[in-house]
Design a protein. Structure first.
Length: 298
């Protein structure tokens, strides 16, 4: 049988649990990011997104109503249930999910079920958002979830925009730190290839590059790396346990227009960082539950 052709998905955004949006907003602005207004989900969570010029974005996610979240999780809302589980196990600040774009979330769900990686039933929802000019718009989404029971602290999902927001986000995509896009997303796991199948099916890409520090898989726009403890230490000066199993979200690597200008901004804003080669590594802090890494496009 000839395998059906595949086309790797675009990475859409990252889900980043935070304790409070106000804390995350202060931290992101200290780092030189422009942060969108707070937006409420209909199931009890809220976000304040950071949109990048390459059309990816970060989603700092907080709890707006614990009662609504608990009711939604009991009712089968996978997104909220996994967020609740992440916070219970890993705390209020972190990196819990990679989101991939799709034009057919229902089809993705069927494929995830067939391949044995479904994380649960699909989720449809709409939410309002305040645009930079003060006007209101509504967006609608359908999500299809992919997960592995061996990895309770990380999942992926495909996101279909049933009703998209207006496309011009120029004001929100311009950042004082010079960030223009997302280059790499970094996960950790002592034996990365144990989760090769999950990532291949979620990204819809068969090709994986294995190496002594882990493995890489390319979405159409951003590389996903899964590194073992040696890789995390060697590339990011980050110690990770060799005995704790399962995927963990660890870092995002941004492309900046001028690394010296970014470095000067971090110094002015009293942001702790280390310089490792041609990269600036900012460690985790309240409101920022993963490593932020800045570098110029090679």
């Amino acid at each position: 049988m000839i395998a059906a052709p595949r086309s790797a998905r675009l990475l859409d955004h990252l889900v980043l649990p935070v304790s409070e949006l106000s804390t995350a907003r202060r931290r992101y602005e200290q780092l030189g990011f422009t942060v969108a207004d707070d937006a409420l989900h209909p199931f009890g969570t809220e976000n304040a997104c950071v949109f990048l010029a390459d059309k990816t974005y970060l989603e700092p996610l907080a709890i707006a109503s614990r009662e609504d979240c608990e009711a939604s999780a009991i009712g089968g809302n996978v997104f909220v249930a996994r967020d609740q589980a992440y916070r219970f196990r890993r705390g209020q600040d972190g990196f819990s999910a990679i989101v991939l774009s799709t034009d057919d979330a229902a089809g993705d769900h069927a494929r995830f079920v067939e391949k044995g990686i479904s994380g649960g039933k699909t989720l449809d929802f709409s939410r309002a958002m305040t645009l930079p000019d003060g006007s209101q718009a509504e967006a609608s989404f359908r999500l299809a979830f992919a997960a592995d029971l061996r990895s309770p602290d990380f999942f992926l999902f495909a996101c279909q925009r049933l009703k998209a927001l207006p496309a011009d986000r120029t004001a929100l995509e311009t950042h004082a730190n010079g960030v223009t896009g997302m280059r790499e997303v970094v996960l950790s796991e002592p034996n990365p290839t144990d989760f090769q199948y999950l990532l291949q099916e979620a990204v819809d890409e068969r090709e994986v590059t294995a190496h002594s520090f882990g493995m890489d898989i390319e979405t159409r726009n951003v590389k996903i790396s899964v590194l073992n403890p040696a890789g995390m230490s060697g590339f990011f000066d980050k110690r990770t346990p060799s005995h704790s199993r399962g995927l963990r979200g660890r870092a995002v690597v941004f492309t900046v227009s001028n690394l010296a200008a970014t470095e000067n901004l971090l110094i002015r804003n009293a942001v702790e960082f280390i310089r490792k080669g041609e990269r600036l590594i900012v460690p985790e802090a309240p409101g920022q539950g993963l490593l932020f890494v800045f570098g110029e496009k090679s």
